[in-house]
Design a binder for this molecule. Structure first.
Ligand SMILES: Nc1ncnc2c1ncn2[C@@H]1O[C@H](COP(=O)(O)OP(=O)(O)OP(=O)(O)O)[C@@H](O)[C@H]1O
Ligand SMILES: [Mg+2]
Length: 287
């Protein structure tokens, strides 16, 4: 399981989680991807929900109560499976005191592929559950404030005994030149500090792009970078980041060329899902 977490808001967690789900699904046709969010903003269903099909009534809260997400998983856009977000996380939080709860629920769910989890910008009970359940925690860092917030995430993982699961991703790097310094210089200083602290950092950084911002805000349905921003720097970077994440998870090489091009591609078939034989089972690497 892969979680994306930062105590700082607006650093690109959801954009990263949702688009990595789409890129990894496209790179590994036989790898079922399940995404859901512990946030209550409802972006997951707006991005992955299929038009005209009632998604059913169960959401993350029901899966949590039933101790398995099995009943509430839907096949969505881009061939990615998703669970509807809980419209209100207060009740869910009350059931998240034990930080191992989500790990146990995911084990019972027995998802035969990769689970990607988007979290809220806090370090409360639900997010702690995500940190405890994740094989990898991606922490987007875009400035000094988010770097300090990543430090808090590391502290939780250290206390839990697995700080080595965290990975920093430099995000929202502004490559345009400013009067005082360039965003690239800031990114380099952040990189130095991350190295000095001994944190693991993915090589690929994600640029700030007006095109990506527009994809999220133009309509009520955020569009995929893979399908709607081809040819942009961010498209290339996400492909590279997906490759890096895949290597880190022990997946073999993915497809060299990515499908896409149409803004709304057909959903993946259940047949492809059934024939899945990946190295990943239950979110863990199988050797
Ligand atoms: N690479 C990018 N370039 C430009 N804008 C981006 C990029 N990634 C994300 N954004 C924009 O930044 C804002 C925050 O992104 P996003 O919602 O992914 O962050 P978040 O960390 O999930 O936020 P929150 O803490 O509210 O959950 C959104 O308006 C999004 O469109
Ligand atoms: Mg978010």
């Amino acid at each position: 399981m892969l979680a994306v977490s930062s105590n700082k808001g607006g650093v690109g967690k959801t954009t990263l989680a949702t688009n990595l789900a789409i890129y990894l699904r496209a790179l590994y046709e036989d790898l079922p991807i399940l995404i859901f969010s512990l946030d209550d903003q409802g972006i997951i269903e707006r991005m992955f929900g299929l038009e005209g099909r009632p998604p059913g009534d169960g959401n993350v809260k029901h899966g949590w109560a039933e101790r398995s997400f099995e009943r509430v998983i839907h096949l969505g856009q881009y061939g990615v499976h998703y669970v509807l977000s809980a419209p209100d996380t207060a009740l869910l939080k009350a059931r998240a005191e034990d930080p191992m709860t989500l790990r146990r629920i995911l084990e019972r769910t027995e998802w035969p592929g990769l689970v990607i989890l988007d979290t809220k910008s806090d370090l409360e009970g639900l997010t702690r559950n995500a940190l405890y359940a994740a094989d990898r925690v991606l922490m987007p860092v875009s400035d000094w404030a988010s770097l300090e917030e990543a430090g808090k995430g590391f502290a939780i993982l250290r206390r839990a005994g697995f700080p080595e699961r965290a990975r920093i991703v430099l995000a929202l790097v502004d490559r345009r030149t400013h009067l005082e310094s360039t965003g690239e210089e800031l990114a380099e200083r952040l990189r130095e500090e991350i190295r000095r602290r001994g944190w693991s950092l993915y090589e690929t950084s994600i640029s700030r792009s007006p095109r990506v911002e527009a994809l999220n805000s133009e309509t009520g349905h955020p569009l995929s970078i893979l399908h709607a921003a081809r040819g942009t720097a961010v498209h290339r970077e996400l492909r590279e980041l997906a490759d890096e994440v895949a290597r880190d998870l022990g997946l073999g090489p993915g497809q060299r060329t990515l499908p896409g091009g149409s803004r709304r591609p057909p959903v993946g078939s259940r047949g492809a899902v059934a024939s899945f034989k990946s190295a990943l089972l239950g979110g863990r690497v199988r050797r």
